[in-house]
Design a protein around this ligand. Structure first.
Ligand code: PMP
Length: 378
């Protein structure tokens, strides 16, 4: 037999093993005593009975899947209601629901950056924005992290159309983007601004209306936001929010909208129920921020190097990828699940634990999490 064309993968696997970068899949137990600070269920809504009942009812009414593209059979009444209510809640003219936040980012960036467009992208952006830039026909210039001055400089080099793209809250360190500075830079050069508010929706802004709303940018004719339905809204899916002309353009041109099966009705129903809950109980947004602040204060008091959280993510520095993996495993053994970030998810030298605050955590659970994470480091 000739050598397999895939045998080069074995060398890659050996290198991953040597560098402590092996990733493994582990099914999450259906019910456990594990205190979960690893998921992104920021408002504690994924298991809320109103959310799970809405998912079940939607599946019974519409089926287990959307059955086709949104443009063919995949749009239900639930999708339309979700789009209307999301846009109104976040303060935008219109919204378009896609099958994931990842697909929403690919749609927004590729559709708004055709050939001849400059895309100015923050160095800390999420992989889905990076991939949007890679797929777009325009030219991408990566600028230093959270640096409006660098965005200005990049825009100043260009005469044609341009957009700047940035996370509102960066997913690994949990720091917020300088939105006012970014908007001013874009406006000085007539550029559009695309903001990924995956970690802002439900956490930032009045009652969780998101970072663009908090910054006074929601509904502006030059601003587009993307969100995921999989974090604060406890479901699955994503959306693009923006001016009606942008949404209409996406419906007609965005490949991850047109050629993708629509979001499952159960996910649309669950997200809609979660959004309605959030409108009814706006205090959940403030609570998740308070829990994040308490986690940070506790960890810092224990001498750990934690980034001050601007939203729900609390990032704690680890000495090496191997230490981060062992630290996370020891936390888990002591009953607390935390995230562990290593290259290639983060640059070399900044491996870290990632703790996510949840609105439904009690003060006693926060104290326990701090004790376990701190003890496991030793
Ligand atoms: N953007 C950011 C900043 C994210 O953290 C994520 C999810 N990890 C996404 C986009 C992708 O969203 P989804 O999981 O819904 O595809």
């Amino acid at each position: 037999m000739p050598a397999s064309p895939f045998s080069w993968l074995d060398e890659e696997a050996r290198r991953r093993h040597r560098d402590g970068l092996v990733r493994t899949l582990r099914p999450r137990p259906a019910a456990s005593d594990l205190l979960d600070l690893a998921g992104n269920d920021y408002l504690g809504l994924a298991r809320h009975p109103e959310v799970t009942s809405a998912a079940a009812a939607a599946a019974r009414e519409w089926g287990g899947g959307a059955t086709g593209s949104r443009l063919v059979t995949g749009s239900t009444r639930l999708h339309a209601e979700l789009e209307g209510e999301l846009a109104a809640f976040c303060g935008f003219e219109a919204a378009l629901v896609l099958s994931s936040g990842y697909a929403a980012n690919l749609a927004a960036v590729t559709a708004l950056a055709p050939h001849g467009t400059l895309v100015v992208s923050d160095a800390g952006n999420h992989a889905s924005l990076i991939d949007g830039c890679r797929l777009a026909r325009g030219t991408t210039q990566v600028v230093p992290h959270a640096d409006p001055q660098a965005v200005r400089k990049a825009l100043g080099t260009r005469a044609g159309p341009a957009v700047a793209v940035s996370d509102t809250v960066f997913s690994v360190d949990g720091d917020a983007a300088p939105l006012a500075g970014l908007a001013a830079a874009c406006r000085a050069y007539g550029a559009g601004l695309v903001l990924d508010d995956a970690h802002g929706l439900g956490v930032l802004g009045a009652g969780g209306r998101g970072a663009p709303h908090a910054a006074g940018l929601a509904g502006a004719s030059d601003v587009v936001a993307t969100v995921t339905l999989s974090k604060s809204l406890g479901s699955q899916g994503g959306a693009v929010l923006g001016p009606a002309r942008v949404i209409d353009h996406l419906v007609n041109t965005a490949r991850t909208f047109i050629f993708d099966t629509g979001l499952a009705p159960a996910a649309a129903g669950a997200a809609l129920a979660a959004l309605r809950l959030l409108r009814r109980e706006p205090g959940r947004a403030g609570r998740v921020r308070a829990v994040a602040a308490a986690l940070h204060a506790g960890l810092t008091a224990e001498g750990l190097e934690a980034v001050r959280p601007d939203a729900a993510v609390v990032s704690v520095r680890a000495a090496s990828p191997e230490r981060a993996v062992r630290w996370a495993a020891d936390c888990r053994a002591a009953g607390v699940a935390v995230g562990c970030f290593r290259p290639p998810s983060v640059p070399d030298g900044v491996s870290r634990l990632r703790l996510t605050a949840r609105a439904d955590l009690t003060d006693a659970q926060v104290d326990r999490a701090v004790r376990v994470v701190s003890a496991a480091r030793r």
